[in-house]
Write a protein that binds this ligand. Structure first.
Ligand code: SF4
Length: 242
């Protein structure tokens, strides 16, 4: 498939996804892909044609678990030597909503889990109000290790660490990505604007819809930001339900 055709095909897939289509079958030859041996075997062994998808699903979980252990052992930037725990993210590998914050804070670093401090409690309250089960979404960050003193992520750290995030997104394949705060918003939109300008609109990043909004920590500092955060997550939820 040529570059232009691939772009057009991606736009088509995005439209289909908006209408609730979650699976589409295209031959590997058309996509210019080669199956690896394990996947080839999975397809060959499946005489009923019913097990192929679950084989691929198992493979997805395996790949995510492998990626998690890579992150936990990563020392590719200097944050790796300062952290207590890397924070890969949680919960569902089949999530339709994927939340991306900036970086772990002190509580997250101590527990190795995302959004477990005060900002996380606010996010949990938002989930309760919108009837979202935390176990059904995936929550992660741009950076997987805590910057000292919760300083802003640096450009080189973002560049080094985000291949992990990109791989998570490719494997989980959510319907909507919610970018929490300025750094994730700028990463996905490519814009240098502040979060107030970027929030609440739909953007497209590769095959995915991205909605930037305020980081819950910003809402703790300024409670007036809670309402727009609520509204933005609600509109993302509506896109998922469509
Ligand atoms: S922040 Fe990312 S790139 Fe840096 S050590 Fe941690 S996992 Fe590796």
């Amino acid at each position: 498939m040529e570059e232009g055709e691939r772009e057009e095909f991606n736009r088509y897939l995005l439209t289909m996804r908006k209408f609730g289509v979650r699976e589409i079958f295209v031959s590997d030859e058309k996509l210019g892909l080669k199956r690896d041996k394990k996947e080839e075997k999975c397809v060959e062994d499946d005489t009923t044609g019913l097990n192929t998808t679950s084989g691929l699903e198992d493979r997805k979980y395996e790949q995510l678990d492998k990626l998690k252990s890579e992150v936990e052992n990563c020392r590719m930037c200097e944050l790796g030597s300062k952290r207590k725990n890397a924070v890969f993210g949680e919960s569902s590998y089949d999530a339709k909503l994927l939340f991306v914050g900036e970086a772990p804070g002190a509580d997250e670093d101590a527990q190795g889990r995302p959004f477990v401090g005060r900002a996380g409690k606010l996010l949990d309250r938002l989930f309760n109000v919108l009837n979202i089960d935390r176990k059904s979404v995936f929550i992660t960050n741009l950076l997987k290790c805590r910057p000292p003193g919760n300083r802003d992520p640096q450009e080189d750290e973002i560049k080094t660490c985000t291949p992990y995030l990109i791989r998570q997104i490719e494997l989980i394949d959510p319907v909507v990505i919610i970018a929490l705060g300025a750094y994730p918003a700028r990463f996905f939109t490519g814009s240098k604007e502040g979060i107030t300008k970027l929030r609440g609109k739909e953007y497209r990043w590769r095959n995915w819809i991205v909605i930037p909004t305020y980081h819950p920590a910003a809402c703790l500092r300024n409670p007036n930001l809670k309402k727009p955060l609520w509204e933005d997550v609600k509109s993302a939820l509506e896109l998922v339900k469509r």
